[in-house]
Design a protein around this ligand. Structure first.
Ligand SMILES: *[C@@H]1O[C@H](CO)[C@@H](O)[C@H](O)[C@H]1NC(C)=O
Ligand SMILES: *[C@@H]1O[C@H](CO)[C@@H](O)[C@H](O)[C@H]1NC(C)=O
Length: 225
């Protein structure tokens, strides 16, 4: 499955997780198996199994089972025009990847097979952007069945049945939402949309509160814990 070791290198915190008891102290370069310049945009990693995934441009989905020492190609096969912006796995076999053209992919077998899941991506919020251009930016798997998505033009969804059906969450913004993090199925945060605001839910996305974080002239693009 691997495409052969290329020249481009990939910076990951995986090395830090393996080599240091203190997260984030040591950063290291890990060779990527890609033979072209593919920007990598998101990563997921599970410490006990040393299994991780990175996703990015040109339908890049890579998987490691040895803490990042070697990587294999688990791309979806949809084509190089797809850019994957977000990845979240519930465990090493069950996960979601999201990206361009509103695409949401699900795997139940560790990335061997990818299935497209239909989301009610809404386009009417932005008149000058075609439906085709809506990007889903991030995904958070809070349980095997409860998963959250955020994307362009205020699009935000949740599922409680593993993605068979997706429900629209109204965050009352027409702006792009970039990142989501869920501590468990009910408690989560979303950033993007309006400047200086982190949106928080304690009821699984039914209601959202808005919190100013006091950063002047900046828009949040990432949230994690
Ligand atoms: C991942 O979770 C799913 C759903 O609970 C389960 O069916 C599967 O066996 C789990 N896989 C692993 C490797 O634990
Ligand atoms: C999620 O975590 C919060 C904070 O610990 C807790 O109050 C809440 O009950 C948890 N919800 C679920 C569904 O576990």
């Amino acid at each position: 499955m691997a495409r052969g070791v290329g020249l481009n290198l990939l910076l990951l915190q995986l090395v830090a997780l393996q080599q240091s008891p203190v997260r984030g102290i040591n950063w290291g370069w890990i060779p990527s198996p890609l033979d072209e310049n593919h920007n990598l945009l998101a990563a997921w990693y599970e410490v006990p199994t040393s299994i991780g995934y990175v996703v990015g441009e040109r339908d890049t989905i890579l998987r490691t089972a040895d803490g990042g020492a070697t990587w294999s190609d688990f791309s979806s096969g949809l084509g190089s025009r797809y850019v994957w912006y977000g990845v979240s796995f519930w465990n090493s076999t069950l996960g979601w990847v999201v990206g361009s053209y509103g695409k949401t992919l699900n795997t139940k077998d560790g990335g061997v097979t990818w299935y497209h899941q239909e989301t009610p991506v809404s386009y009417e919020l932005v008149s000058d952007v075609s439906s085709y251009e809506i990007t889903i930016h991030d995904v958070a798997a809070a349980s095997p069945t409860v998963v959250y998505l955020v994307g362009d033009a205020g699009n935000a969804f949740r599922t409680t049945d593993g993605g068979a059906s997706w429900i629209t969450m109204d965050l009352e913004t027409p702006y792009d939402l970039y990142s989501c993090f869920f501590y468990n199925t009910s408690l989560g945060w979303i950033v993007g949309g309006l400047q200086d605001r982190v949106r928080k839910t304690t009821d699984g996305g039914l209601t959202w509160s808005s919190h100013y974080v006091g950063l002047a002239d900046s828009i949040g693009t990432s949230v994690a814990a």
